[in-house]
Design a protein around this ligand. Structure first.
Ligand code: ATP
Ligand code: MG
Ligand code: MG
Ligand code: MG
Length: 487
């Protein structure tokens, strides 16, 4: 393609470098020093101290910056995990291209440059672009952003391509607290030759949000109020994969040269049929969906582990574990692969493709492989038994005319077989069953109480002799058998 991923990224960085921006590296995708944040979810994360006015040293001197940032949205305020595999434009891991002004230029330049870059440099058809501005919010005391609207008009965007947007779409927030502000976004119609204004922000896969220009002005407080920041800033974020997809004239991010090498590798490894970019019911055998899940997940897993986000039972580590287990299960079901070193055998293709831009992948390749293999092997032990158990639960539910898998079943699959809830939910969906989060929570709470009771009884008997231990063990076995007998 004329616009290879490599060239698209380079062009973005150079365009802003020529306009006085320092090219800065992506920050770690694991935000080791921000406890409010699960994973880096936007380019602005590393600049949070500048926005809040608490930056020190070299960072405090930064006026204009540009970069491509590694982002993960698989938990917390921005969570796209459930869309991955199903749609053509959300990934759990993606690159966000961004340019920033720290108390320097503001809306006029940001809008002018984003329009010029997209239409003049990249050459996207302006008739296919739509822009949005914040419509205001009386309750929060926020005015409509008519200034942004006027600036788009001044840049030659026709009025019927400029749309107002609400708090959800046009007021960007990093998390429950932190920097935020009204935003103005650019959407691209992948079909063209029509007016697609009514399809903007409607989850239409053919009219996709590409670039967000945020006008940073506030700091959301824990009590939900908005505190005005010491200065006004520009913070933009453009989905690299979405831009590449538009420039390569593809309807899907997955049909670009960003994903093709990964699909090729998966195909070589598994002997599966080639990827055909089909979705939903059109993906009759589910293989395309599995390709997307595996290719997406290897990216998240590798980048998270490279930055020190190892799989574990809590917090960030549990997100990584969940993603791996989800991927492993897809690989086994749809590609019939041996489990143990499947993900690490895709890794070389990823390293070859992204190692130059992100040298940490090359440097940490050994550690990534080791961690992936260990985690896969661990799960392989229970995957089989867990799937069989799941089949039993599902069959029983269906036989009883239920449309739902019980919360106790979902919890037991987690507790005994290490099946994360979202994985069980997916498997249930394949069977036409739903799960209820509340029921799972009740089961979890019950288990918590029970384990608390066990802990308390243990502290009352600090030293048990072998006979007492044998007796307790016997009781536990009986209890287990009782609860299993139901099934
Ligand atoms: P969407 O509405 O499509 O979910 P968003 O409004 O949540 O996107 P922003 O928070 O505005 O996204 O992030 C800035 C840009 O990052 C978006 O305009 C989009 O191009 C890109 N982006 C956001 N989420 C993803 C994702 N899960 N995968 C790939 N690109 C993404
Ligand atoms: Mg989103
Ligand atoms: Mg959006
Ligand atoms: Mg957005």
């Amino acid at each position: 393609p004329r616009w290879t991923g490599l060239k698209v990224r380079q062009t973005f960085l150079e365009y802003f470098a020529e306009r006085g921006h320092d090219i800065v590296p992506s920050s770690s995708v694991v935000p080791h020093n921000d406890p409010t944040l699960l994973f880096c979810n936007a380019g602005m994360n590393q600049f949070k101290p500048i926005f809040l006015g608490t930056a020190t040293g070299d960072q405090a001197k930064l006026k204009r910056a540009v970069d491509t940032q590694k982002c993960i949205r698989a938990g917390g305020k921005h969570n796209d995990l459930d869309d991955v595999g199903k749609d053509s434009y959300h990934h759990t891991f993606f690159e966000m291209l961004g340019n920033w002004s720290f108390g320097d230029y503001f809306k006029a330049e940001a809008i002018k440059w984003s329009w010029e870059l997209l239409t003049k440099v990249y050459g996207l058809d302006p008739n296919r672009l739509y822009v949005t501005y914040f419509e205001g919010n009386a309750e929060m005391g926020l005015e409509p952003d008519l200034e942004a609207k006027q600036l788009w008009l001044d840049n030659g965007v026709p009025e019927d391509h400029i749309l107002p947007g609400n708090m959800k779409d046009n007021f960007w927030e990093m998390g429950e607290t932190g920097p935020c502000g009204p935003c103005s976004e650019i959407h691209y119609d992948k079909v063209g030759g029509r007016n697609a204004a009514h399809l903007v922000n409607q989850d239409d896969p053919l009219v996709v949000e590409v670039w967000n220009n945020v006008f940073m002005q506030f700091d959301r407080q824990a009590d939900k109020s908005l505190k005005t920041l010491p200065a006004k800033h520009i913070d933009t974020g453009m989905g690299f994969e979405r831009l590449v997809s538009a420039l390569q004239d593809k309807t899907s991010n997955y049909a670009t040269d960003i994903f093709t090498p990964l699909f090729d590798k998966i195909q070589t490894l598994t002997g599966a049929r080639p990827y055909t970019d089909k979705y939903g019911k059109d993906d009759v055998d589910g293989i395309d969906t599995a390709y997307r899940v595996v290719a997406d997940h290897i990216r998240l897993l590798s980048f998270a582990i490279a930055d020190g986000g190892y799989p574990s039972n809590i917090g960030r580590g549990y997100v990584v574990r969940r993603v791996l287990r989800r991927g492993v299960r897809y690989a086994r079901k749809y590609f019939n692969t041996e489990i143990g070193s499947f993900f690490s055998s895709i890794l070389p293709a990823l390293v070859e493709q992204m190692g130059e831009q992100f040298p940490e992948l090359v440097k940490k390749q050994g550690e990534i492989k080791e961690s992936l293999d260990q985690e896969e092997v661990n799960f392989a032990i229970t995957l089989d038994r867990g799937e069989k158990q799941f089949e039993k639960y599902a069959a029983l539910a269906i036989k009883n005319g239920e449309s739902k898998l019980s919360g106790a079943d979902v919890y037991r699959l987690y507790d005994t077989f290490g099946f994360p809830e979202d994985l069980t939910k997916l498997m249930a969906e394949e069977r036409g069953l739903t799960i209820s989060e509340e029921e799972v929570e009740v089961a979890r709470e019950k288990a918590r109480e029970a384990s608390k009771a066990v802990k308390e009884s243990v502290t009352t008997f600090p030293k048990l002799n072998v006979h007492q231990i044998a007796e307790l063990d016997g009781q536990l076995k009986i209890a287990r058998t009782d609860s299993d007998a139901k099934y």
